[in-house]
Design a protein around this ligand. Structure first.
Ligand SMILES: Cc1cc2nc3c(=O)[nH]c(=O)nc-3n(C[C@H](O)[C@H](O)[C@H](O)COP(=O)(O)OP(=O)(O)OC[C@H]3O[C@@H](n4cnc5c(N)ncnc54)[C@H](O)[C@@H]3O)c2cc1C
Length: 310
């Protein structure tokens, strides 16, 4: 028989870790399932400066602290990939993973989002050899070298600025003629002498034998092609919510984010969603944590009402 829990949480980012803290403190038997590393996206972020009460903290450390805090109250953690959630006749849900199955009275989905790929030749082959989706992890390998950043949003500017701590020059390649990033990040990016902007341009190919050597670029206005010699390319062109294992189970929007109400309830009773995986999320640590807390409080009430337990 699969092990049984009151509340199972899928994904150990800030949303899942906050949900775990609240569920465990409500004295619910709580399991958090994570397929990768604790902390989710924030685990790869060098500095978090906007979590209230903590002026500055390394993202990995913040994730570890959140996990320890929740485990102190009894939350268990399992490292596995959830492949499906199957509703049972008795209103529980079977949570299937590559390491075995679990039964839950309520499920909270906090599976977040993954980085989008460019989908150009050379990108996949050279991932880990100059193609990166995490400047915090890889920037130090490119000290005093010229590198590129692709994208024009917050992540591209945030990570691009981080890369300037190591690289001699950071070429920001953006397909439009202006950035989408917040005003503060734009100001910082434009003020940084190492940042060089290449507008209206897309990457057509990542070139290199055993590591990135250059990028083939195309100007989307003139159609002109050019080659940019760089030792690395950091790609930040958005994310896709991790919801493929939930197809047909809960309602989603066009972008495959899970639709929830203000209590983080999905279209299916007993299943809640919180953080970056939900629709209309502000996609921040603090908002994901807030969502997670809300979902856990509601899931606790749901377990009480539905299964007639205290
Ligand atoms: C580079 C970068 C810098 C950022 N900086 C800041 C910042 O300074 N301040 C801020 O507030 N926000 C920042 N953010 C945003 C913030 O990190 C996210 O909003 C937040 O991490 C979202 O939390 P989450 O719990 O919803 O999801 P995530 O952090 O995405 O966590 C989801 C977790 O679910 C796991 N998972 C997914 N699918 C499965 C499955 N099938 N089975 C098991 N586990 C699964 C994933 O491995 C992951 O660990 C930054 C983001 C990035 C990318």
């Amino acid at each position: 028989m699969p092990a049984e829990y009151d509340i199972i949480i899928i994904g150990a980012g800030p949303g899942g870790l906050a949900a775990g803290l609240y569920a465990a403190r409500a004295r619910r038997k709580t399991l958090l399932i994570e397929k990768n590393i604790t902390g989710g996206q924030i685990a790869l972020t060098a500095v978090v400066e906007n979590y209230p009460g903590i002026p500055e903290i390394n993202g990995f450390d913040l994730g570890q602290a959140m996990q320890q805090q929740a485990e102190k109250y009894g939350m268990e953690t399992a490292y596995a990939t959830v492949s499906a959630i199957e509703p049972q006749e008795d209103r529980r849900h079977l949570v299937r993973t590559n390491e075995g199955d679990y039964l839950a009275r309520a499920v909270i989905i906090t599976s977040g989002a993954d980085y989008n790929r460019l989908g150009v030749p050379g990108e996949e082959r050279l991932t880990g050899f100059g193609v990166s989706y995490c400047a915090t992890c890889d920037a130090a390998f490119f000290k005093d070298m010229e590198v590129a950043v692709v994208g024009g949003g917050d992540a591209a500017m945030d990570e691009g600025l981080f890369v300037t701590r190591y690289a001699s020059k950071v070429h920001v390649i953006h397909r439009r003629d202006q950035l989408r990033a917040s005003a503060v990040l734009q100001e910082r990016a434009f003020a940084n002498p190492k940042m060089h902007f290449i507008w209206n341009t897309v990457v057509e190919e990542v070139k290199g034998e055993s590591a990135v050597e250059s990028l083939r670029l195309r100007n989307v206005v003139t159609g002109e092609e050019s080659e940019l010699p760089v030792s690395a390319v950091f790609i930040f062109i958005g994310q896709t919510p991790n919801t493929s294992f939930l197809e047909g189970l809960v309602e989603m929007d066009e972008g495959k984010h899970i639709i929830v109400n203000a209590w983080m309830e999905t279209s299916r009773p007993g299943i809640f969603a919180a953080g970056d995986v939900r629709d209309s999320s502000a996609r921040q640590v603090v908002t994901s944590a807030g969502d997670g807390a809300t979902a856990a409080i509601r899931a606790d009430h749901y377990v009480t009402d539905t299964f007639k337990v205290a």
